[in-house]
Design a binder for this molecule. Structure first.
Ligand SMILES: *Cc1c(COP(=O)(O)O)cnc(C)c1O
Length: 374
């Protein structure tokens, strides 16, 4: 199209992918996929090569999160959305308290609240762009909240509330895990998927379980509650211990994830990834703070996500128009969460994204916005 604003090549990022999920996959991961051949893809997931792959990923995650004695890493098919349903069967005894301050937290709350075998959920809400934290409440056996609310770019502290007895904490870390620090001992179930900070594809879920999380899974399985086999975390736990999944996993996704985890650990592990994402998001928040027509959406700086930066734009710079020009120049996926309906950009700055490319993205946005405002 002729009306496209051409961005000078010198301003463009080396890689123009800034999606919040699926997110940028590094070329080295694809090379690792080729290098794994012909031993892995197209072979049985019940044989050593794929079992070893699953074992590697579990061990790498254990190392990245520095899991204490007695904690375990499990996995299964279906992504984080399916994990919510599995949690409704295998983690909640009767009632869950949820913190909902965006789409993802609200979706998990809806899943447990609607489950006919569970009591009503207690749902604490806050407006998008802020956060609400769990509070001890009678009758709750699960406390659930998102570590990073990907739809709004708000990050919440991960701290076990005091005085919750034998209730467990179940934290949605889909976009936080692998991009920001966590004290894993505060969680009983810290679950995520590979397509955000781990720069792989979707379709699997992973969970770090504490001894109390494991005990809850065992307790509910022993209670005789009916549940679909594919949603049983007891089945997933038993299979994971054998480096297996109930049914066939996406093997290429695991290879890509192993390569990304190796890169993270070689770079220095959690310190490396957390600093890299914080540097990238810091560039965006600093820019939005000094730019007259841009403002960080999350007003309290303490809750600004280090991995997903949301920036409101003045009406004079239309987000859709800005993104149309950027996309035509190969700079993609900074769309706001669709249901939020704001004149906003949302930038995924997981560790795979180069902080220098974020600086280039800012230069590109300034270039296009300068033309739109002229
Ligand atoms: C992306 C995301 C999900 C959904 O993950 P799927 O694997 O697509 O089901 C859930 N929660 C959060 C916080 C997310 O960012």
């Amino acid at each position: 199209m002729t009306d496209i604003i051409q961005i000078p090549a010198t301003l463009l990022p080396r890689d123009g992918r800034f999606g919040s999920g699926p997110s940028k996959v590094r070329d080295a991961q694809l090379q690792a996929l080729m290098a794994s051949q012909p031993g892995v893809l197209g072979t049985s997931h019940r044989q050593a090569p794929v079992k070893d792959l699953v074992g590697d990923v579990r061990a790498q995650l254990a190392q990245l999160f520095a899991i204490p004695e007695g904690f375990e890493v499990i996995l299964g098919n279906g992504g984080s959305t399916m994990f919510w349903d599995a949690a409704s069967f295998s983690l909640v005894r009767d009632r869950a308290q949820h913190c909902a301050f965006g789409e993802f937290g609200a979706k998990f709350a809806k899943a447990t609240d609607a489950a006919p075998h569970l009591g009503a959920s207690s749902i604490r809400t806050a407006a998008p762009g802020s956060v609400v934290l769990p509070e001890p409440e009678d009758g709750m056996d699960v406390y659930a909240w998102p570590h990073n609310e990907t739809s709004t770019g708000a990050i919440a502290p991960v701290r076990r509330p005091a005085g919750i007895g034998d209730a467990i904490t179940v934290v949605d870390a889909t976009s936080a895990a692998g991009g920001t620090r966590v004290d894993i001992a505060q969680t009983d179930v810290y679950y995520f998927a590979p397509q955000k900070s781990f720069a792989s594809d979707g379709g699997l879920w992973f969970a770090v379980l504490s001894p109390a999380g494991i005990a809850r899974i065992e307790e509910i399985a022993a209670s005789g509650r009916w549940m679909p086999e594919s949603l049983s975390l007891k089945v997933a736990l038993d299979n994971s211990r054998a480096n297996q999944t109930l049914n066939t996993p996406a093997v290429a996704t695991l290879v890509l994830m192993r390569a990304q985890l190796a890169w993270m650990l070689e770079g220095g592990g959690m310190d490396f990834v957390a600093q890299r994402s914080a540097l990238s998001s810091g560039h965006l928040y600093d820019w939005a703070t000094r730019t007259s027509w841009a403002t960080p959406f999350v007003s309290d700086a303490a809750y600004r996500s280090p991995v997903v930066a949301t920036i409101d734009l003045d009406d004079a710079v239309d987000s859709g128009e800005l993104r149309r020009h950027l996309r035509a120049n190969g700079v993609v996926d900074i769309d706001p969460y669709r249901k939020l309906g704001r004149n906003q950009i949302r930038v995924g700055v997981y560790p795979a994204v180069d902080p220098e490319d974020v600086e280039a993205l800012i230069a590109c946005i300034d270039h296009v916005a300068g033309r739109l405002l002229a």
